[in-house]
Design a protein around this ligand. Structure first.
Ligand code: BES
Ligand code: ZN
Ligand code: ZN
Length: 455
């Protein structure tokens, strides 16, 4: 276990700012003085030095911090690199800062081991209080990472359903799904159209949890298990990591797990639109016109703009129950990545007060999310000659905004709604954030929900 609350011997981890190093060294024995010099330890951020006692055992660990050090990631390098053992933080940090650091420790101990066992056993960190909360955060992110990292062949719509069902069983939630041609009978035409070419049937996966008298919150996730682009086939370099296109689904399942573990007083409804955007003679085509659940007709400009299609039917359904808040997560556009890069989720809302709440939650949770404008004049880029709208703008600019404007057509103005367009994937290794699947915006949104609903 990466975190421990047992009463066992632990080695202290002591932060050291560059400007504190001299006075620290002054107080040490001549052996330790020489040791630090020989190790060339300068207390740079991310560096550390094992300090021996007289017997040659590790007495404590000194680690470098600077003014830019984020508490969340302050211990992550240590968790990744320290020898196996039990450690405790000895720092005059606030409770909140220590909790943040413990989360970063836990996240650094993550390894994706479904297909290859790692030979590294993570060291453990002593946490005294609120470890349930810390463990729940880490477990939620781990679930997201595991789901995203799992290749499409093992994470098809039926596999997402299995995960959702297991969550429902664990937390006494209700599980429902509508699959295959039943999607047509129950009026989810766009989800059906996107998924119908695949032998892995598309499905709408639903979870309901909590007390119906609490405020209702609906989470909607894009669950494209693999995005070939459809008939508008992606070039190979853009298709390579499209197993991650169910990242939105992974986020809402991870967030649901967190909400249920920490027992947030909301009535939660989760919708996962799961489909495999594949190619076959039954693929939907550019130029086809689909009638959405809402009744609006949509002309397909590009089969690679499939995420908004599977989402629009789920958003319509979510809105039918008049929830207090709808939040969707989706790996929706490459354009959002051009706008804010791969490591910052972009968000849109239909309500300025909600935007302010998200910004505040982002600040509190130390997770950057960034608003892009729901700029109504761009709606005309989606005008179609033969249908109510196009699914994508034929002119290439502002793609994240036009995608959000498409979704906006399916949410009532009276329902508060936020849409997160994120990468769900780390392109590079950073402390606590290995290459591969990643939760982005999840902790900020959980903070938002706590601010709004926790008594
Ligand atoms: N899943 C992709 C978006 C994506 C690509 C997210 C790469 C993150 C990284 C989505 O389905 C897609 O292909 N979108 C198109 C939309 C376009 C056809 C209007 C895009 O962004 O190019
Ligand atoms: Zn696509
Ligand atoms: Zn996609």
């Amino acid at each position: 276990m990466f975190l421990t609350d047992a009463s066992i011997a632990t080695t202290p981890l002591i932060p050291c700012h560059k400007k504190e190093l001299k006075s620290y060294i002054k107080q040490q024995s001549s052996t330790v003085k020489r040791w630090i010099k020989q190790a060339d330890f300068e207390a740079k951020k991310g560096s550390f030095c094992l300090i021996p006692n007289k017997k040659g055992e590790i007495d404590h660990v000194l680690f470098g911090i600077d003014n830019e050090t984020e508490y969340r990631w302050a211990l992550s390098t240590l968790a990744e690199k320290l020898p196996l053992g039990h450690y405790r933080l000895e720092a005059d940090w606030s409770k909140e800062q220590q909790q943040q650091a413990a989360i970063g420790w836990g996240l650094a101990c993550y390894q994706f081991e479904r297909y290859k066992q790692s030979d590294r056993i993570a060291p453990s960190l002593l946490v005294e209080k609120k470890s349930k909360r810390i463990k729940a955060f880490v477990a939620a992110v781990k679930l997201v990472r595991d789901l995203v990292n799992t290749p499409a062949a093992d994470m098809m719509p039926q596999d997402l359903a299995t995960v959702a069902k297991a969550l429902a069983n664990q937390f006494d939630a209700k599980f429902k799904q509508i699959k295959g041609d039943n999607l047509l009978r129950k009026n989810y035409p766009c989800l059906h159209a996107v998924g119908r070419a695949s032998s892995h049937e598309p499905r709408l996966i639903r979870l309901k949890w909590g007390n119906p008298s609490d405020p209702k919150v609906s989470l909607v996730g894009k669950g494209i298990c693999f995005d070939t682009g459809g008939l508008n086939l992606k070039p190979s370099q853009f298709m390579r990591f499209m197993k991650k296109d169910m990242g939105g689904a992974a986020h809402v399942l991870g967030l649901a797990q967190l909400i249920m573990t920490l027992n947030l007083p909301i009535y939660l409804e989760v919708f996962v639109s799961a489909a495999d955007n594949a190619v076959s003679s039954d693929s939907f085509r550019p130029g086809d016109v689909l009638t959405t659940r809402s009744g609006k007709t949509v002309e397909i400009d590009n089969t690679d703009a499939e995420g908004r299609l599977v989402l629009c039917d789920a958003l319509t359904k979510a809105g039918e129950a008049n929830p207090d808040l709808i939040i969707d997560f989706a790996t929706l556009t490459g354009a959002a990545r051009v706008a804010v890069g791969t490591e910052i989720p972009a968000f849109f809302t239909n309500n300025d007060a909600l935007t302010a709440e998200i910004n505040q939650a982002s600040f509190q949770s130390n997770e950057v999310v960034w608003q892009l404008p729901m700029h109504k004049p761009y709606r005309s880029y989606l005008d179609s000659d033969i249908a109510d709208l196009l699914n994508s703008s034929p002119q290439g600019y502002g793609g994240a905004i036009t995608a959000a404007l498409y979704l906006n057509e399916f949410v009532s103005k009276n329902t508060k709604w936020a849409h997160f367009d994120m990468m769900a994937w780390n392109n590079r290794d950073r402390p606590g954030r290995p290459k591969g699947g990643e939760a982005m915006g999840l902790l900020a949104v959980f903070q938002l929900l706590e601010n709004r609903y926790a008594h």
